[in-house]
Write a protein that binds this ligand. Structure first.
Ligand SMILES: [Zn+2]
Ligand SMILES: [Zn+2]
Length: 452
């Protein structure tokens, strides 16, 4: 086997994201052409996680996959498709642009996130982004690509159906089955049931939560828990969550309105994401936001702050509030800080440092992991969601991606238990053959990570 797929081949070559959570960079090869799906970043987790005194900032350095394999055959890279706007899926497009230089296809929300990123850098870049409608079918080189809407923790997430004359595969992107994602439409199972008639060869599937039993929670489930906590609070409430979770922000804006609190955003990432949601039609017009600079003039019990920094990032808004160094706001004892988020593995110590700072000042801290109420919902499928999707789509083969080895293994076992005949479990740098037959060539390329 050489490194050029023929017209009889369909290959899958993950450069990042398979064997880890983050940094998704995937290649598909057919008829001497390549297609990239997603190009993301991840946190650089220090090898020695026990080094307590390592400066916090090193934990938040970003890395991405070494893409020299495709950069060396750039004339055969026919396009990049982006499934959604999370950093682990598009965060490296701008920094790798010199090496990529090909058309980028994605839907409107994701396109706007990327366009703004490209304009923010030291040297603004004008990217050739082609905005597609969800549901569109477009030929990119020898690949026919269809965007199928899913539900996740960001608007406008899509699964990608890749059809070639030799095989048809479903690249799920990040997803869960959410009947009420708060923003956008609910999960449309009919679209996935229809795929069964297409004889899907393989499904590259999000494995993040494959070792969690049952079904994933709905984004809507957070409304009651957050509403209860906020309605009981007497002073200021600060909620920290991921800036791109527009559904969560809409929920908080509704709670603010219902509890007569002014909603203020702390952190440019939040302001940017809400502005993109407004521009692309995902933000309800009636939900108003009060400029943060007004906060000093507002009664404490009439304030709901949403802040960045749920991972303990030292430059983020919440860290400044914890240190009491923010010029417009000083929290008091008995104020409430809610972590409507999870701790990303590797960030445990920086989050602990942040919560310790808050608790030292007698600020009440509520974290999702130890809270009886539902105040966070993951965007990824549990065992129950995976079983349902496998039963609906009925692919011949499951290829677990978006997970550490234990997650990939759990996903493949669910596939097996569902009656899917083949499972291919590999890692970044392995070459998966999906046509003419199933096989994995291990370690075709080494898959190192590079700093951004
Ligand atoms: Zn995602
Ligand atoms: Zn992801």
């Amino acid at each position: 086997m050489n490194h050029n797929p023929t017209e009889k081949d369909l290959w899958f070559l993950p450069l990042g994201g398979t064997g880890e959570i983050g940094m998704n960079v995937n290649l598909y090869g057919h008829n001497n052409q390549w297609l990239m799906i997603d190009c993301g970043v991840t946190f650089n987790v220090p090898l020695d996680r026990d080094q307590d005194e390592a400066p916090a900032v090193t934990r938040h350095n970003m890395v991405t996959a070494d893409i020299s394999f495709i950069a060396n055959r750039r004339d055969r890279l026919c396009g990049i498709v982006l499934t959604h706007a999370h950093e682990d899926h598009l965060g490296a497009v701008v920094s790798q642009w010199e090496q990529l230089q090909c058309p980028i296809y994605t839907t409107a929300f994701t396109a706007e996130v990327l366009r703004r990123k490209a304009h923010r850098g030291e040297i603004p870049v004008e990217l050739p982004i082609r905005i597609v409608e969800t549901g569109s079918i477009i030929d990119i080189g020898p690949f026919t690509i269809e965007w199928i809407p899913t539900t996740h923790s960001i608007p406008d997430a899509n699964a990608i159906l890749i059809s070639t004359p030799v095989a048809c595969v479903l690249h799920t992107g990040d997803w869960k089955i959410d009947a009420n994602p708060v923003v956008g439409k609910g999960f449309n199972k009919k679209l996935f049931k229809q795929l069964a008639s297409k004889n899907i060869t393989a499904m590259m599937c999000d494995s993040t939560n494959a070792n969690r039993a049952g079904h994933s929670l709905s984004e809507k489930d957070c409304e009651q828990g957050l509403g209860t906590l906020i309605s009981k609070a007497k002073g200021r409430v600060v909620v920290t969550c991921f800036a791109s979770n527009i559904g969560r922000l809409i929920t908080l804006a509704k709670i603010a309105k219902a509890s007569n609190r002014y909603l203020c955003l702390l952190g440019p990432a939040l302001e940017n994401m809400v502005s993109i949601a407004k521009r692309t039609g995902f933000w309800p017009e009636e939900l108003k936001i009060t400029p943060f600079r007004h906060i000093g003039y507002l009664p404490k019990h009439e304030v709901l702050i949403v802040a960045t920094g749920s991972q303990g990032e030292p430059r983020a808004g919440l860290y400044k509030l914890a240190l009491n160094t923010h010029r417009d706001c000083d929290l008091d004892a008995k104020d409430l800080v809610i972590f409507s988020s999870i701790v990303i593995p590797g960030n445990e110590k920086s989050v602990k440092r942040l919560t310790d700072l808050l608790k030292e000042r007698e600020i009440t801290v509520v974290e999702s992991a130890s809270c009886e109420q539902t105040i966070h919902a993951s965007g990824h499928p549990n065992e129950g969601d995976l079983t349902q999707l496998f039963n609906w789509v009925k692919p011949k083969c499951i290829v677990p991606v978006h997970g550490e080895p234990k997650h990939l293994l759990a996903c493949s076992q669910i596939g097996k238990a569902t009656g899917i005949k083949y499972q291919l479990v590999g890692l970044n740098g392995d070459l998966y053959s999906l046509a003419p037959s199933f096989s994995i060539r291990r370690k075709l390329i080494s898959a190192p990570r590079i700093a951004i």
